[in-house]
Design a protein around this ligand. Structure first.
Ligand SMILES: Cc1ncc(COP(=O)(O)O)c(C=O)c1O
Length: 421
């Protein structure tokens, strides 16, 4: 037994807070002030000068695509589905481990999300499970680049080509990431990015959709701009709505892009350090480092604990880590367990019209279930606090391991105190 755990009344490993997110300085204040003084606050007419500058620079960062700026990283996917002509009753394959938006966005366009299991080594969509789920109604796949991992884009694109499917890369976590030196979001037909405040490139709220062709981008721009035409001839009207982002937000994005490369470099260096340190701790598994994933960016650092070594699941480890001063999280529940998608809880038309597709009791997603027991997510803030920031996490994990028997003995009492545990 080592020093007493903070969750059991001991002293935390780390008392110093990790750096805040988002970061800002005088440049952000000046940029927003300038937009305020210009009187051009909103997103109409699309695109405004700040928006145009931001999307050009963003496409440059990812290395391609025709960009359209939008209100958030959920509507980006809904717009992609609609711009691709996918709608009522079509099937869209999504992974079981992701934020609910990946499945809710196709539903907003009337499509059915078909939830498939994930890969045990990366927690991203399993290409084998995608292949098994294809039916004559399948129209698209939405692989999610999760935490700091990219989905196996070679396998996904091969399946998509063989079955003539649209690929929308949910890259909400993958700004700056590259697969075989191609930017996340530029490999499939669409790349969807979130700029919501927790994301590593943020405008408070916001989203960018990278499109494979100018024609798809024109359709997407029309959909977000109340249906106004955005094609060269100015003739293509769509059934659109207002999903524009404001110039005030785009101005913040332009400053954020200046800081981004340095932040990304820092996180990657410290994440490598974390990989090396975790490899020496019993009961820890670093996720697969696929050599085809040539540039890694870190929204969240995800690793797995072995519940057999600890004697309890990751929820207890996470609760103990938080008390030790470490910003740890539990990621996402398996998609079929999200309350939103239970037919009786939802008034969305798609679940009630296709009840057989929403019979979650019958769904078998063993890897996503296992992920729920073993995965631990670390906030990107950990990786901007120098080597000590990483070392404190490892020290806290070792402390939990050393005290695993005491923690196990107290588990019942802790669960009563915190029913969510
Ligand atoms: C994987 C994933 N997809 C989509 C979204 C939706 O983005 P937004 O919150 O900007 O709508 C998020 C995060 O919020 C996400 O984590």
């Amino acid at each position: 037994m080592g020093e007493k755990l903070a969750i059991l009344g001991g002293t935390p490993v780390r008392s110093e807070p990790y750096p805040n997110w988002p970061v800002y300085d005088e440049r952000d204040i000046a940029a927003v002030t300038e937009v305020i003084k210009s009187g051009r606050w909103g997103g109409y007419p699309y695109p405004g000068p700040q928006t145009q500058k931001f999307i050009e620079k963003f496409a440059e960062l990812q290395g391609g695509g025709y960009p359209v700026l939008m209100a958030n990283g959920t509507v980006t996917m809904e717009v992609a589905v609609r711009a691709a002509g996918i709608g009522w009753g079509d099937e869209v394959i999504v992974p079981a481990c992701t934020f609910q938006a990946t499945a809710a966005a196709p539903m907003a366009a009337g499509a059915i999300p078909v939830i498939v299991d994930i890969d045990p080594e990366t927690y991203t969509i399993s290409p084998e499970e995608v292949e098994k789920a294809i039916t004559p109604k399948t129209k698209a796949i939405i692989p999610v680049h999760l935490g700091a991992e990219m989905a196996d884009m070679d396998a996904i694109m091969e399946i998509a080509r063989a079955h003539n499917l649209v690929v929308i890369e949910d890259s909400a976590h993958a700004h700056g990431a590259k697969w075989r030196d191609k930017g996340a979001g530029t490999i499939g037909d669409f790349g969807s990015f979130s700029l919501q405040s927790s994301k590593i490139l943020t405008t408070g709220e916001g989203g960018v959709l990278l499109c494979r062709t100018p024609e798809l981008a024109a359709k997407a721009a029309s959909i977000i701009d109340c249906g106004r035409p955005h094609d060269k001839e100015g003739k293509l009207y769509t059934m659109g709505t207002n999903y524009r982002m404001t110039e005030l937000q785009a101005a913040l994005g332009n400053v954020a892009l200046e800081r981004f490369p340095e932040q990304m470099k820092k996180r990657a260096e410290m994440a490598d350090y974390m990989d090396r340190l975790l490899a020496d701790v019993p009961g820890m598994r670093v996720l697969k480092r696929d050599p085809r994933h040539t540039v890694r960016s870190f929204y969240r650092y995800v690793f797995a604990i072995d519940p057999d070594v600890f004697g309890f699941d990751r929820d207890v480890v996470i609760a103990a880590l938080i008390k030790e001063g470490i910003p740890a999280e539990d990621g996402y529940p398996p998609m079929h367990r999200y309350d939103l998608f239970q037919p009786l809880n939802s008034r969305l038309p798609v679940p009630s019209a296709f009840p057989e597709r929403f019979d979650f009791e019958k769904m078998h997603l063993p890897v996503a279930e296992r992920c729920r027991r073993e995965s631990v997510w670390l906030d990107e803030r950990v990786f901007r606090a120098g080597r000590k920031g990483v070392e404190d996490v490892v020290e806290a994990l070792r402390k939990i391991l050393d005290n695993a028997n005491e923690l196990k003995a107290a588990e019942e009492e802790l669960r009563q105190k915190w029913p969510d545990l």
